[in-house]
Write a protein that binds this ligand. Structure first.
Ligand code: UDP
Ligand code: MG
Length: 256
């Protein structure tokens, strides 16, 4: 039987974590689970640790501070010793009911199965617009085939997990990396629910940081442009330097 790991990142999710873990382990008792506690300052860690003592399928990894959702998901992939992993948020916005559909696609031979959002219930216009802008911009700048309307809710097969772990990046952007590594990819559609409890953990600052780290390193266009701007600035400085020398030598030095 294939071995699957479900990866759940949690940052201040005390209001959701019990329900998520119970719902998942009840629905899919045959899989393994890792909750990555991403520097929570609430009771998430205590709650998860208690659960881990009772349930052998469940493992908890805890970060020393808040490193971000990407680092948490990546840590889950690093902890995967099985055949595939499914990444899912800790707030039940993404429906576990579509796991069988994702797994069926993987068994057909796909290495990545993206969860594609058909509808996003009760999410703010800002959230929807910013994620649409991010996808379109990143697709343009990176020339990568990043599917539209996706988040991190995906199934990764073993080959893809290994390829992603082998990448040398320090700040991770799994959405971009998964497009970068290639392999056979497909998608399954779903309707995104409302967050079960609590508020979004993505502050504007975190969203901007994620947009930067997921776009610029993967965009040869931006990297080449910054190189050109650097060369242009250097040439301009040399010209200005020569002009100052000439002006000074001819007695026309500019007043400081
Ligand atoms: N999360 C995390 N670290 C962070 C921010 C978020 O591990 O710094 C987790 C969070 O607990 C949740 C998932 O990432 O399991 C998605 O976060 P959230 O639901 O706040 O994002 P949204 O759905 O609003 O985009
Ligand atoms: Mg959410």
């Amino acid at each position: 039987m294939s071995k699957l790991l479900i990866v759940i990142p949690a940052h201040n999710e005390e209001a959701n974590i019990v329900q998520v873990v119970e719902e998942l382990t009840r629905g899919y008792p045959q899989y393994d689970y890792v909750v990555v506690n991403d520097g929570s300052r609430d009771k998430s860690l205590e709650i998860i640790s208690e659960h881990c003592k009772k349930d052998k399928r469940l493992k908890c990894v805890s970060f020393s501070r808040n490193f971000g959702q990407q680092a948490a998901f990546f840590c889950g992939l690093e902890n995967c010793s099985g055949d595939a992993a499914i990444l899912i948020d800790a707030d039940l916005q993404d429906p576990p009911e579509i796991f069988p559909e994702m797994i069926a696609k993987w068994r057909e031979g796909y290495d990545v199965v993206h969860g594609v959002r058909r509808v996003r219930k009760k999410e703010s216009l800002f959230k929807k617009a910013s994620s649409a802008i991010w996808i379109n911009l990143t697709r343009k700048l990176s020339d990568l085939d990043i599917p539209k309307n996706v988040g991190e809710f995906k199934l990764y097969g073993r080959k893809v997990i290994d390829a992603i772990i082998a990448l040398p990046e320090r700040s991770r952007s799994l959405r971009t990396e998964v497009a970068w590594v290639g392999f056979k990819q497909t998608s399954v559609e779903f309707d995104r629910n409302e967050r079960k409890a609590g508020e979004t953990k993505f502050t504007l600052k975190k969203m901007i940081r994620f947009a930067e780290q997921s776009t610029i390193p993967y965009s040869p266009k931006v990297l080449k442009l910054s190189g050109k701007v650097g060369v242009f600035g250097a040439v301009l400085s040399v010209i200005a330097f020569i002009a100052f020398i000439v002006l000074a030598a001819t007695g026309n030095a500019l007043p400081l």
